[in-house]
Ligand binder design. Structure first.
Ligand code: HEM
Length: 446
């Protein structure tokens, strides 16, 4: 246990700039493995002190994570890193806001994401999936990641705007989104690059892209306001939502912020999970056979409640959680267990480590979907499993995401057979945990 200032007790870890610099290169290349090594060395929580006495505590301790995200959540907010760097490009929607503003927006938008309200979107999802995968290439070495990524983007676009966006608009949005995401990832992972932005005008170019993106969404909203027809999509939900106290609706800029957040949070996470899933099951004949049998014997909509399909998705998210960690900042001094830390301390719950912790998982490194099935054959909840976070900031799109992923698995295994190629995808822990490539043998069924 380390004494930070006299009144604080923080976990052991790195306290000198030398150690940080030494680990910096390695860290950037593979954050996940670097953190795991540090956990082995220091235990389930360790600290890093950055210049200016900025304290960061990284933890895979179940009770500590529950304390920060759930039990004492009122003392924690999202860090400037999320709300500032990422929010600067994608607005101040749910994911990037804090305090009363966040709470007011969450209460407003939450009802639109209840499982019942989402049912109207399932047919849109099925149609988009089936139409898209009908054109997918097959062969000995297909990288499925870009295919699934584009599909996930299409699904969230169509769920937001159930109108035929022109292919040009869809393409432009996809282009702008990719560019903005790339820029944010570089900004986050390579802070020293900032010095070059001025010369290369990258900052200005991306701010212009951000404005163009907002303009496209503004035009879609204007079109919708002139359209008397009913649309069962997320945009209608956002336009129709009313604040409880005033009965007012959101301003146009607020709606644009929320649309951008849903677009951002709602595609890369599912694309990553589904790509990891195909990679994980590709070498498991028993899992493949079961998925094939189930997919061929039930209608698409039943897959959402199918326990085995859900268990496979859960096991995939356990080993490769798209949100591999998150961040919180202590608003006031706080203590948990032996630790006492000051306000301003950043706590990073490390879900990746928790999901493989030997205290909570037997044979933790193995891909075993059955661990999510109980004796009665039903899906079981696991206490150390947080793919969608925990507490009041739990992923608002979790039902949406699970439905989309079940429908995809169902459609995919009806249409294709796959086999492993021996190429294991490399983890790219950027803002989400992305695979670099997922190369598989893919054959269309006769
Ligand atoms: C496999 C898919 C997904 C995963 C693993 C995932 C994971 C997460 C996690 C861990 C959080 C909480 C972050 C934190 O506590 O700091 C979160 C928040 C959020 N997610 Fe997801 N997500 C997924 C899909 C989606 C989808 C499809 C949508 C929208 C359609 C969505 C919208 C959001 C939003 C708006 C938030 C912010 C909620 C708030 O702060 O109130 N997510 N997600």
């Amino acid at each position: 246990m380390k004494i930070y200032n006299e009144q604080y007790k923080i976990p052991d870890g790195y306290s000198t700039i030398t150690l940080i610099l030494r680990s910096f290169r390695y860290f950037r290349r593979n954050t996940v493995n670097a953190i795991r090594l540090n956990m082995e060395k220091f235990g389930d929580a360790y600290s890093v002190i950055f210049p200016g006495k900025k304290l960061v505590i990284i933890t895979q301790d179940l009770a500590f994570i529950q304390y920060v995200l759930r039990d004492n959540h009122t003392n924690y907010c999202k860090s400037e890193f999320t709300t500032g760097k990422v929010g600067r490009m994608f607005g101040k929607g749910l994911l990037f806001s804090n305090g009363n503003y966040w709470l007011q927006q969450r209460r407003l938008i939450q009802p639109g994401f209840h499982a019942k309200r989402l049912q109207g979107l399932y047919s849109i999802m099925v149609e988009t999936i089936e139409k898209t995968i009908a054109d997918w290439p097959t062969g000995e070495g297909i990288d499925v990641y870009p295919l699934i990524y584009q599909l996930a983007f299409k699904i969230i676009l169509r769920s937001l705007f159930d109108i035929g966006l022109s292919p040009e608009t869809m393409q432009e949005m996809s282009f702008l989104f990719n560019k903005l995401q790339d820029f944010v990832v570089k900004d986050v992972n390579r802070p020293l690059r900032k010095l070059t932005y001025f010369i290369s005008r990258q900052d200005k170019i991306n701010l212009r892209r951000r404005e163009r993106m907002r303009e496209i969404v503004r035009n879609i909203i204007a079109e919708r306001r002139n359209d008397a027809g009913e649309h069962n999509d997320l945009l209608d939900m956002l336009l129709g939502a009313r604040y409880e106290d005033t009965g007012a609706s959101m301003s146009e800029e607020q709606i644009i912020d929320e649309v951008l957040v849903l677009l951002l949070a709602g595609h890369e996470t599912t694309a990553n999970t589904l790509s990891w899933l195909l990679s994980q099951v590709s070498g498991k004949p028993d899992v493949l056979a079961r998925l094939k049998e189930i997919s061929e014997s039930i209608p698409a909509h039943d897959s959402i409640r199918n326990d085995y399909i859900n268990a496979v998705i859960n096991e995939s998210m356990r080993l490769r959680p798209a949100a591999f960690m998150t961040d919180r900042v202590a608003i006031m001094d706080d203590r948990y267990g032996p630790w006492v830390y000051p306000k301003g301390a950043v706590v990073l719950p490390f879900f990746y480590g928790l999901h493989r912790h030997k205290d909570h998982w037997q044979d933790a490194e193995a891909f075993l979907p059955e661990r999510f099935i109980d004796e009665a054959g039903k899906l079981r909840k696991m206490p150390a499993f947080f793919p969608f976070g925990a507490g009041p900031r739990l992923c608002i799109g979790n039902n949406f995401a699970m439905a989309e992923m079940c429908l995809f698995v169902h459609a995919f295994f009806r249409a294709f057979t796959i086999a492993a190629t021996g190429q294991t995808p490399v983890m790219l822990p950027l803002i989400t945990l992305r695979p670099d490539k997922v190369v598989l043998q893919v054959q269309r069924k006769g």
